[in-house]
Each structure stands twice: as C-alpha cells, then as structure tokens.
Write a protein that binds this ligand. Structure first.
Ligand SMILES: Cc1ncc(COP(=O)(O)O)c(C=O)c1O
Length: 426
C-alpha cells in the first residue's frame, strides 16, 4: 500500500510543535507513550456494540476483557460502584446522563458559560440548551466564587430536574454537599462534571463529588492524562424514580438506563482501541507516582498564581485551588484574543477566555485561561513556573514588538530542548 506521507509528515510536524513550545492550555496534557501505543492498536478493527458479556457481535471475548479492565480500574480509582467507559467524548458523557434524567423541555440549571461553565451545561448553541429549558447560576462579582445562594434562588424559582456543577474555567474547589442540599430542597438530581479537576480529585487533593452527586462525568484527556474520551460514574446505583421497566416489567436501575443511554441511545460501536488506552491511563493513575504528579500540578498552579500576582495581574477569585488560572487582562489593556494571538508567535499556547461579567464578546474576551497539566508532565516545577510567567509577561507587555517576541521564542525553544517529550519517537 502506498504510504500516506502527507499525514505522517504532518504528525511529525505536530510532534515538533508540541516539543518546542510552552503548552499552557488547561484542558491539554501529554499522555504517556504506552497510552498512545494502546490507542493505535488492532482493536480499532472490532465492532462491539453492547457491553462486556452482552454484545451484538461475535468475537468480542478479548475486547470484553479489556473494557472490563478499564471499568474495574476506574471503579478502583474513585472507589465507586458503577462506571461506563464508552462515551466518545466528555460532551457525549453529559448528553447520555441528561437523556436519562430529562425529557425535552425539562428545566436544567448549570453554571453560565460566560462565568466558566461548559457548552454542554445548557448553552443555547449546544444540544443541551436547544433540547432542555436551560437556566444558569453564576459567580459572585466581589470574589469570583460560585454563588450558591444564586443557585438556590434559581433552583427554587425554576424547579430544575437536574442541577449541573463543574466548569471549564473555574480555579476553585466545589461545595458538592451544598449543591446536593439545594437539589434535595427542589427534588432535582445532581450531575458533577469533573472533566477539569478529575485528576486532582483522584489523588485526594480536592473535594470528592461522589458522596453527594448522583452522577459524575469526566473527560479522560485533561488532568487524568489519558486518551481523548469521556466517562460516566456513580458512587452507588439506585432504582430509577421514573418507573421505567424492562420489557418483562422489572424495574431498571439507573446504571442500566445510563448504559442504554450511551448505547444504543446516542452512540453506536464503542471505540475499543481508545477504551484500551483509557485502561492504560487508569493503570497509571493507580500507581504511586501519579499522586506525586497531581500534587506537583497543584503546587505549580499556585507558584504560577503567585508569580502573576507579583507582576500585578488580576486573577479571577484571586488565585487557584486546582490546575488552572483565569486571568482578567483588563487592567493590562490587552484583550484575550490579542494575548492568544501574540503568545502563539512566541510558541506559548493558551486560550482566550471570557471572565465573569465580561464586557467583550466570546470572540474577543477580556481574559485568558492558563493551566499547568501539560508542563507538569514535561517535568516543570515551581522554579520553572516563575520563568514561564516571566516569558508570558514579556510577550504581553510587548505585543507590538516583534523583536522581543522573537527573542522570547528563541529562549523558549532552547529551554524546551532540555525537557524530553517522546524521545523514543526520534
Ligand atoms: C467541563 C467540561 N465538560 C465537558 C467537556 C467536553 O469534553 P469533550 O471536548 O471531550 O467533548 C469539556 C471540554 O473542555 C469540559 O471542560
């Protein structure tokens, strides 16, 4: 077969890009080589609609074992009773849970997208916002913290069937017990989307949602450092409150409904090669050195936060508990868009981000989101984070000075050559 050199050349080019730059996108990470190797495997050839032991295709005896290993390892990580590892992405994990709990038109309550929430939590441009009647709570203007009083007030007003907590751009921990108390008051169920802080929760460094939230969803590719994908978890299974039964009239449990919601509800054949890679990443999380990594992420984010504060940057909520920072650049007179576009010229990748009560559009924004999972994987510690902030500041203070930007880029490329990334790939 003729080799597709066009794509393999681009893969090489992407490897070089990842090697030479400062990767600060909070939702990105570098998987281990074995996670990637497991992803590029013959299981991509296998159709396996259904679940281990209950498939619609023959020849699933091997992928049954690997999917079961992924499930068992994930259950071990969080000490839980139920896990589904099939969602192709975080968005699909959320969609599958929503499809179990909600009928079209039902009310949901999630964190506003412009205050750090995610599209799948009821944004009008996404499936969740188009299908359900979406309402939002926010963060407090004075300190940038989630406004649980606002959540409670809105919950009493709109009587949501589902309250969603969790965020894409929120640097503080969550009070899951408070969310559950609010939900109980109005008869709602709770879904915690821990896509961002999942790794810190796995390591016991942040509050665990499992004792308080009925459903917990996550991506696997951020702080969990696995392949791109989604997962759905529950601490305990429970009998469905909607009286849904099997064709034989037996009441289904909620875990059965979630399995059915993922397949055949919203997906077809599971990506068994990706599930194998998820299993490898879960194995890695169960090793002692993952805890060291998670602690380092948290210390690095704090070191970075202090360095930005020393240089007069305005951090939403004043700092961080997790792996990311949200920086309001209004006092520096730069938009998020300008910052993103200029930093990339110096091989620094971040994303523009709205800040709470932003006066600019989502395409311009007043802020940037900066995260440490990827650089922590490359071996950066507190000292290196100070250097990173120095470079960011130099570029942000010289957005129209190409020679300063070129010098910073040269320094970064030289520096990064001292931190291995996939040396086995040549
Ligand atoms: C909180 C949250 N939930 C869900 C998702 C969606 O994940 P995916 O991009 O895998 O669909 C993201 C992605 O950034 C996220 O931040």
């Amino acid at each position: 077969m003729t080799r597709d050199t066009a794509i393999f050349d681009l893969i090489q080019e992407e490897l070089q890009r990842q090697r030479r730059g400062l990767e600060l996108i909070a939702s990105e990470n570098f998987t281990s080589l074995q996670v990637m190797q497991a992803m590029g495997n013959v299981m991509t050839n296998k159709y396996a609609e259904g679940y281990p032991g209950k498939r619609y295709y023959g020849g699933c005896e091997v992928v049954d074992k690997s999917e079961q290993l992924a499930i068992d390892r994930l259950k071990d990580i969080f000490n839980i009773e139920y896990a589904n590892v099939q969602p192709h992405s975080g968005a699909q994990a959320n969609m599958a849970v929503q499809a179990v709990v909600l009928q079209p038109g039902d009310a949901i309550l999630g964190l506003d997208l412009s205050m750090g929430g995610h599209l799948t939590h009821g944004s009008p441009v996404a499936f969740s916002g188009k299908t359900y009647q979406a309402h939002h709570y926010g963060v407090r203007k004075e300190d940038g913290l989630v406004d649980y009083d606002d959540m409670e007030k809105k919950a009493v007003e709109v009587k949501p069937k589902l309250i969603i907590c969790g965020a894409s751009a929120y640097s503080r921990d969550w009070d899951y017990a408070r969310v559950r108390a609010i939900a109980d008051k109005v008869g709602a169920l709770v879904m915690a989307d821990i896509a961002h802080p999942a790794g810190l929760i796995a390591a016991g460094l942040l509050n665990s949602p499992f004792d308080h939230c009925h459903f917990v969803t996550s991506t696997t590719h951020k702080t969990l450092r696995g392949p791109r994908g989604g997962i759905i978890m529950m601490k305990n299974d429970f009998e469905n409150p909607w009286g849904i039964t099997t064709p034989k009239g037996e009441v289904r449990t909620v875990s059965q409904l979630i399995d059915l919601s993922v397949f055949p509800g919203i997906q077809g054949g599971p990506l068994e090669h990706v599930i194998a890679a998820k299993a490898v990443s879960f194995f890695e999380i169960l090793q002692d050195d993952y805890k060291v990594y998670a602690r380092q992420m948290q210390s690095n984010a704090q070191a970075m936060s202090n360095a930005f504060l020393e240089k007069g940057y305005d951090l939403v909520s004043g700092g961080t508990d997790n792996h990311l920072l949200l920086i309001d650049l209004r006092n520096k007179g730069i938009s998020g868009k300008k910052a993103e576009n200029t930093l990339v010229k110096a091989d620094i990748t971040i994303n523009k981000n709205m800040v709470p009560f932003d006066d600019k559009s989502p395409f311009i924004t007043s802020g940037i989101r900066v995260g440490v999972p990827a650089l922590t994987t490359r071996g950066f510690k507190e000292k290196e984070m100070k250097q990173v902030v120095h470079w960011l500041d130099q570029v942000l203070m010289n957005t129209d000075n190409d020679s300063v930007i070129a010098t910073v880029r040269g320094e970064i490329n030289e520096y990064m050559s001292g931190f291995d990334l996939y040396p086995e790939m040549g």
